[in-house]
Structure formats: structure tokens, C-alpha cells
Design a protein around this ligand. Sequence first.
Ligand code: 6R9
Length: 657
Amino acid sequence: MANGDNVARTGAIEALLVEQRRFPPPPEFREQARVKDRTPWEEAERDFQAFWAKHAEAELHWFRKWDQVLEWNAPWAKWFIGGQLNVCYNCVDRHAQSWRRTKAAIVWEGEPGDSRVLTYQDLHREVQRFANVLKSLGVQRGDRVSIYMGMVPELPIAMLACARIGAPHSVVFGGFSSDALRDRIQDAGAKLLITQDGAWRRGSIVPLKQLADRALAECPTVEKVVVLRRIGATAGAQMVEGRDFWWDELMADAAPTCPAEALDSEHPLYILYTSGTTGKPKGILHTTGGYLLGVHLTSKWVFDLKDEDYYWCTADIGWVTGHSYIVYGPLSNGATSVMYEGAPDWPEKDRYWQIVEKYRINVLYTSPTFIRTAMKWGTEWPAKHDLSSLRLLGTVGEPINPEAWMWYHEHIGHGRCPIVDTWWQTETGMIMITPLPGVVTTKPGSATIPFPGVQAEVVDEEGNPCPPNAGGFLVLTRPWPAMLRTFWGDPDRYVQTYWSRFPGRYFTGDGARKDEDGYFWITGRVDDVVNVAGHRLSNIEIESTLVAHPAVAEAAVIGRSDPVKGQAISAFVVLKAGFRPSEQLRDELREWVADKISPIARPSDIFFTADLPKTRSAKIMRRLLRDIAEGRVLGDTTTLTDPAVLEEIKRQYEETE
Ligand code: 6R9
């Protein structure tokens, strides 16, 4: 009872703090928008299966129509059963056979300033050739192909070629270490790896092929490796005779045509690894028909895509945002998708704005971290460029704070462009909570309402819906076409992770509240996942890595709030006997993590301590460490074995601040 009162009171206080500004769609935007009214929501609420089926029929090309829209044996979903289609055909062939043949499909900007444009016809040619390359190397329907590349056009070409022959791809972000690559290749059991000699990053070379070689030493399933030449000899790539082949040499000999295979609607399209609450990355499995429909329709409506648009999503294709909203969603719509290879501050801090001006970008989709970084760099950088081509702005990856939203609105959108704050996950495959820019009035900091056909709720510990403005857990209460189907190779964990906390409902791992207008305000992860600059990392994975260092006995990792990155990693480390804290050891541990996982996971601060706060069941109380790191009054400490440990850490922490 007392608890309930508390929740209600907190809710009321939060409501007072709620953002009051409202931004209705500008009339001139609404006028031209693809969706102008509530009809799609009304249709979807009458019959959500009929809603998805109608658009599957109208928007996608099927070799064979489905017999049944949805089979839902919670938590197992099958969409468009009996239907046959090909994702690559939908993204490439149908446009290459239309007037869009000569339209730019991919516009690519290299970090050093080189650029390329691939029309739909070009893409069709390259993808068919590369599909034949894959076949010639023994890749067959169902075989997994790992891809470890930077942001080069050959990356989407490789993905589409895999989709064409029904070989699920598993793209591994080019910023990951060789250990991370090894784990993902092993888990997927990949037969082939596609990589490149090296990638450009802030003017220096990331030697991807060398990193891949280290991983491959422990990946017996990989039979062949295709290597793209991006850098040349300076990347130091060594080719292994009989195993490694240059992309260009294989392509020179490849046959020009390769039919797109008619694949079952539930045929696996790709596996993408993401961090969960345990150390082991989870292989999220997406399949063909439902995924394509989800990303197609959300691209079209959320980004209001028009044929004449230059659309630019700044994500890396190594993350789900790039899969869904650089490659599959935009291309399925026959859009022009812009791709940039490098860093936002190379050679200068206005590189993004320079690209917007150069290509006259109309729709820009980026992250709150980038926006906050650009705010820090100052308005003079965007002010130097003509941004008048922009008509719509989007964000994804983490909660956007109202100040950053307003800055984006004023300094980038010049008060003219609607902003779509899109909430979704690797698991959801498609955007789930978002405004449609011609219809929904936005509030800075809220992702607004579920996409038509999607149903979400905020619930309390017991799974009951929370009253307006009370904080709770974000759940999804109805299957959606692009939902993950399972974890690759671990169906039990799929059930356990998402469907056991609130049976029959999908638990997102996020906290949220819903206001009196039904708008969702996502507050961030409530599980052991850290979100650094929009990148998901597992606390436990970083802890395990620290503990693998010879000097470390125990480690606790938390995400503390950071004004730019959203969260930053703080590590609390207990050293083994015989090791003493030092600046040098601190640097060594930070580099150790960067090297073993990725530079993204490098802790911002490492704090040496004699002990860690633990519960009686020996669980590390990360929540309390977070309180210390964020300078808050300590939360409930009654379950601790030894509260003195915490007091000691707090005292030391404050001393070193
Ligand atoms: C697409 C993507 C998913 C997690 C998610 C949540 C956070 C994403 C957000 C957001 C608030 C938004 N997140 N979009 N939080 N507002 N608009 O980012 O996928 O890498 O799997 O991360 O990101 O915490 O649970 P993924």
C-alpha cells in the first residue's frame, strides 16, 4: 500500500516536470505527407492482421502469396505462412526493371573524400555477380556468411547477394575486436567470411584483414575468405593460399546473372549479435517476409520517403539501424540511400553538415549522442553550411533529452522540420514507437505513440498497467511482423529473456512512462545493459573481460549518466594480492577492454576498491554503485552483506572526484 502511494506520488511529481512544448506537424509538411490522418491506426485497430496483410500485398513482390497471415503460438511467431519471396528481388530487381533503373540507389561518400554512386541497375549487376561468387565458393542456401567490413558499398552488396541465394548473413561491426569477431563467427557457424584489407577511421587504417586472421585461427568452420581492397598494400593484408581471395579478382570472373531464389517467408535472412544481460552476445534471428514488410512500411511512413529524396541514415551497417534503415527499408522502397564511410569530425567537425549540403540531403536520421556532441562543438559548424534541403529529421538509439531535441530542431531543422524520435531495438527489427511526421504532434523527449498495428504498454512489477505518468516497464503486447523469431541456436534463452518476466508479453528491458495523452517516454534500460553513445554493451561481458586480466580479482561495471554519450562506463575493480593500484595499471585495464571487446567498451573511469557491495546471494549491487557514481543518495542497502563496504567506496570515490 505504502509502496503504491509512493509510485503515485512520484508519478505526480514527474508529471509536473513533463515537457510542456508541443510541435504539431507544419501544415505544409502535412499537405505533402504520405500519411495525413489517423486512418492507418484505425484500420490496424479494427484488424491488425488484415492491416499488415493489405500492405504486404500492396507493397511487396511475392513469388507465391501466403496461405495464412500469422500463426502465433506465443512466443513463437510465423508471418505470411506459405508465402514465397526474395528480399534482394524486392530491394533491387523490381526497381532495376522499372523507371528507377537509372536512379541512384546508394550514394556513397568515402572518408578521404572519394565518392561513388550506384544506380539500381548498377546494384543489380554487382549483386548478381557477387551472388555467383558466393556460389562458386560453395555457399548454399542456409549456409551462414559472416561479414566484417567498414562502411563501403560492397557491404550492402554482400548482404543483398546473401539474401538473394538464401544464405543468412551475420554482419559484425568493423569496430569490434578479433575476439568479438571470433565469438560471433563461432556461434553462427559461418562457412565464409567477407572482409576488407583495411578501413579508414579518422585518417588512420583499421587493419580488418589482420584482425580477421587472428579470429580465424580459432574458427574452423570458415572455409573461404573474400577480401575487398579498400586501402591497398599499406593495410598489410596477408593472403592465405587456397583460403583467401580478392573480391575484385573473383568478380572479374563471375557470371553476370543469378536468379533471386523464391524463399519461404520464414526463411532466415540474417543473424545480428547484440548485448544482453549475460556476458554472451545473443544472435538475434530475423526472417524474410515479416521483416521486409516491417522495415519497408516504417521507412516509407516514418521517413515520409519520396522518390526525389536524398535520405541519409548516419548509423553503421554493423548495427541494426544500418541493416533496417540504410539497406533493407530504403532500398525496398526504391529510395536513394546515402552512406558515409567515416567519422563525423574528419577532417573537421562539420563533416556531416558538409555532406548534407553537398548532396542536398532531405531526410536525416542520426543519434542523440551525435546531436549532443554537435551541440558541444558549437553552432558555428552547422551555420557554415546550407542545410535548407532538409525537410525531416530523425533520431534513434537512446533517449533524447529535450535540450538536444530543441537544438536539433532549431540549429539543424531551422524550426521547419518535424523530428521523429524512433524507439526500437535489434530484436524488434523495425521502428515501433514513433510519430508519423504528417500526423502526430511531437513533444521534445517523447517517442510519442506506437506505429500503426503495434501495441505497447507500461506495466508495474506485477504486470499491471501503470496509471498515467507512473514509471514502469515497457512491454509489447501483440506480435509484429519484423519481430525476432528466436536466438540463433538457443531457443530456451529466447523464451527466458523476453517472455518469462511478463508471460504472453514481450519484455523490452526498457523503463518508460506513458503520459495522459498516451505518449511514451522511454527512460532507458532497466537491466544489465549499458547504452554508450547508442551502442549496447553488457555489464557482465565487460566485467568478465576485466577479470580475465592477471591483476584483477573482481570487477563491477555500471553505466553512469554522461552528458554527451548518454551513459559512460565506470568500472570498480578489486585487485589480486600483490598488485597495487596505479595510473599505469588503470590505463592498461582500459586498453585491455578496448582490445578484447571494442574501443566502445573502454571504461571512462576505473576505480580501485578493496571490496564490492554484494547481496547475501552474492549478487553485485550495481544499482548502489551507480548511485555513488552519479552522486545520489544511496538507495536501499538493507540486503547488503556488509554496508560498510559501500560507505568505504563512497568515501574514497568522493575523495578522488
Ligand atoms: C535501434 C537500436 C535498443 C535500445 C533500446 C533502448 C534504446 C533505442 C531509443 C531508445 C529511447 C529511443 N533506444 N531507441 N531509447 N528512445 N528513441 O538502437 O537498437 O542497439 O538494439 O538498442 O536502445 O534502450 O532498448 P539496439
